[in-house]
Ligand binder design. Structure first.
Ligand SMILES: Cc1ncc(COP(=O)(O)O)c(C=O)c1O
Length: 395
C-alpha cells in the first residue's frame, strides 16, 4: 500500500466477520481481559499466544496504533508511550541494554533531550559525547574514540533544521556495533523513513505531526527486529505506555497525516520565501534553501518536492524584549511551544525548548537570542504571513 493509503487503513480494520464489527478502532478502557480458559490466559502470559493480558503490557487500541506506526516507518514493531521524552528514554535504555554504556549524540537536538542525556542518563554511568553530525570526519573520530553503544540524532534537528547523512553515519556505526537511534519527529515518515536508511530505533514525539491537533501528549518507538523485544520488555516493567484515549486520538490524527503534512510543507516553503525578503528578517533557515549547509543530503534523503514544515528565522537587531514584543503582537499564530499542529505555532527557543542550556552553549549551537521557529499549520498561507508581517512591523 502507498503511504497515503497506509495512514488511513493500517492497523485499523481486521475485516473480521460478525455482527456490528466497528469499522474504526474502539477505545478499550479495560485493564484486564477475559479468555476462554485459564490455560489460554497462561499461554498469553507466557507469550506462547498473542493477546492482551494487562493494560501496562498491551491494549487493543494501542496495538492498532502500533501496527499503524510500524507500517508507516517500515519497522518490525512499535511501542506507544505516554510522551516523546518517555519514548526517547526507553529507546536509549534499549539501545544500551547489551551494548557499551556510551552515547555519541548530535549536538543539534531538542533542549529536553540534552537534559535527558546529561541529567537522567549520565548520572547512571552513561558516557555522553556531543558531535556535529553534519561533520562526518568528526563523527568518525568520535565513534573511534568513544566506542559508543548508541549513536543518536534527529533526522531534522531542532531548531536549526540541520540534516545529517543517515546512511553514511549508519555505515560508520554498523561496523562499530553501535545502535542507531533517530528522532524522526520533525520529518515524519512522510519525508523520510530512518529504518530504511540504516537506523535501528526510530522515535517520535507523537504529540506533534502524528496526532497533529494539539490535544495529545504521546510518543512512539518503532524498532527493527533486533531491538523491538528489549523496548517492549523495558516498558512492560517500567510502564510509560500511552493511554487508550490518547492512542485513539493519535490514530485518528494519523489518518490525515499525508494531507496535513503536504499542506504544511507547502505553507512553510512559501513563508520561507516571503520572509527571506522581509526588511525585519536577518536570516531564514529552511531545508529548501539551496544555500542550506546540508542541501546535498536533503536532496538525497527527502521525499521529492517536500522540505519539511518547519522554518526558523532571526529577527533583525532583536534582543529578548523585542522578540517577546513580536510574539505578543501575533493575533492568529499560537506563540507557545510544540509543533506539528493544524494551527501555526511559533516558538522562541531561548525562552522555551533551549531555555535551560547555558547561553554560551546555546550560542555555540547557533541558537541566538533573535531566533524564532515557525511550525506551519494548514491555514491559508496568506493569513499566516499577514500575521507574521504585522507583528514584525511593530517590533
Ligand atoms: C524533536 C523532539 N523530540 C522529542 C520531543 C519530546 O516530545 P514530548 O513533548 O511529546 O515529550 C520534542 C518536543 O518538543 C521534540 O521537539
Amino acid at each position: 500500500m502507498k503511504f497515503e493509503t497506509q495512514v488511513v487503513h493500517a492497523g485499523d480494520r481486521k475485516r473480521e466477520r460478525g455482527t456490528a464489527i466497528p469499522s474504526t478502532t474502539p477505545i478499550h478502557l479495560a485493564t484486564t481481559y477475559f479468555y476462554e480458559t485459564a490455560e489460554q490466559l497462561d499461554r498469553i502470559f507466557g507469550h506462547e499466544e498473542e493477546g492482551p493480558s494487562y493494560a501496562r503490557y498491551d491494549n487493543p487500541t494501542n496495538s492498532a496504533l502500533e501496527e499503524l506506526t510500524t507500517a508507516l516507518e517500515n519497522g518490525h514493531g512499535s511501542l506507544a508511550t505516554c510522551s516523546g521524552m518517555t519514548a526517547l528514554q526507553i529507546a536509549f535504555q534499549a539501545a544500551l541494554l547489551d551494548r557499551p554504556h556510551s552515547i555519541v549524540s548530535s549536538s543539534s537536538i531538542y533542549g529536553a533531550t540534552v537534559k535527558l542525556l546529561d541529567q537522567v542518563m549520565a548520572p547512571f554511568e552513561v558516557n555522553v559525547k556531543y558531535v556535529d553530525m553534519s561533520d562526518l570526519a568528526a563523527v568518525e573520530k568520535a565513534i573511534a574514540a568513544e566506542k559508543p553503544g548508541c549513536v543518536f540524532l534527529e533526522s531534522i534537528s531542532n531548531p536549526l533544521l540541520r540534516v545529517a547523512d543517515i546512511p553514511q553515519i549508519a555505515a560508520m556505526t554498523r561496523a562499530a556495533g553501535a545502535a542507531r537511534v533517530i528522532d524522526n519527529t520533525f520529518a515524519s515518515p512522510m519525508l523520510l523513513r530512518p529504518l530504511d536508511l540504516g537506523a535501528n530505533i526510530v522515535v517520535h514525539s507523537a504529540t506533534k505531526y502524528l496526532a497533529g491537533h494539539g490535544d495529545v501528549l504521546g510518543g512512539v518507538i518503532v524498532s527493527d527486529a533486533e531491538n523491538h523485544e528489549n523496548v517492549r520488555m523495558l516498558s512492560r516493567i517500567s510502564g510509560g505506555t500511552l493511554g487508550p484515549f490518547e492512542s485513539y486520538l493519535t490514530m485518528r490524527g494519523i489518518k490525515t497525516l499525508a494531507l496535513r503534512y503536504e499542506r504544511q510543507c507547502q505553507n512553510a516553503r512559501k513563508l520561507a520565501a516571503c520572509l527571506s525578503s522581509h526588511p525585519s528578517v536577518e536570516r531564514v533557515h529552511y531545508c529548501a534553501d539551496p544555500q542550506h549547509p546540508d542541501a546535498a543530503t536533503i536532496k538525497e534523503l527527502f521525499a521529492p518536492g517536500l522540505f519539511g514544515a518547519i522554518l526558523a528565522f532571526e529577527i533583525k537587531d532583536a534582543d529578548k524584549a523585542a522578540v517577546l514584543r513580536f510574539m505578543t503582537r501575533l493575533k492568529m499564530i499560537v506563540p507557545g511551544t510544540s509543533l506539528g499542529d493544524v494551527h501555526t505555532l511559533l516558538l522562541y527557543p531561548a525562552m522555551s525548548s533551549h531555555r535551560d542550556i547555558a547561553p554560551k552553549t546555546r550560542e555555540r549551537m547557533g541558537i541566538r537570542e533573535d531566533l524564532v521557529r515557525v511550525a506551519a499549520g494548514i491555514e491559508a498561507v496568506e493569513d499566516i504571513y499577514a500575521d507574521l508581517d504585522s507583528a514584525l512591523r511593530g517590533v
